[in-house]
Design a protein around this ligand. Structure first.
Ligand code: MN
Length: 145
């Protein structure tokens, strides 16, 4: 079930909201938050809990890699959407796992009427980089569920 009220959502967001995602704000529509769960600078696998306010989503983007790479999303609170180019959007609820292969254009974010969080796992690989593309079209987003 979607969660519109922030205090109720914060109670459900067990991995924590963290701080405003300032470094990537230019690639998001709406406000997002980032809570690091590990210490990649100490060689730990990068895990982040990413929180999206209602209606917030990231731009279309691609996780590139020469081998391996890609991203895994583990949905933890609220409700959201995941969409790959040319495919129908997939509903995200707590417990949903999304495996995003390297090289696939996609976006992810909250439903219009719900806060949403997922843990993002950067899958190790060679030559990994992220390519940020155009924002998700407002009219297309409004048509979702
Ligand atoms: Mn992604």
């Amino acid at each position: 079930m979607g969660i519109t009220r922030e205090p109720e959502f914060n109670a459900a967001n067990v991995f924590g909201k963290g701080n405003p995602n300032a470094a990537l704000a230019q690639y998001f529509t709406g406000e997002s938050f980032l809570n690091p769960l590990t210490d990649p600078q100490n060689g730990e696998l990068p895990l982040f809990n990413v929180t999206f306010e209602p209606g917030c989503r990231n731009n279309w983007h691609v996780h590139h890699a020469k081998s391996g790479g890609g991203q895994v999303l583990i949905c933890t609170a609220g409700e959201g959407w995941y969409q790959e180019e040319g495919k129908a959007a997939r509903e995200l609820v707590p417990g949903t796992v999304v495996v995003i292969p390297a090289g696939v254009k996609h976006w992810h974010g909250a439903k219009a009427d719900s806060w949403f969080s997922h843990i993002a796992i950067e899958v190790p690989g060679e030559g990994c980089s992220n390519e940020w593309l155009e924002p998700v079209d407002d009219a297309a987003f409004a048509m979702l569920g």
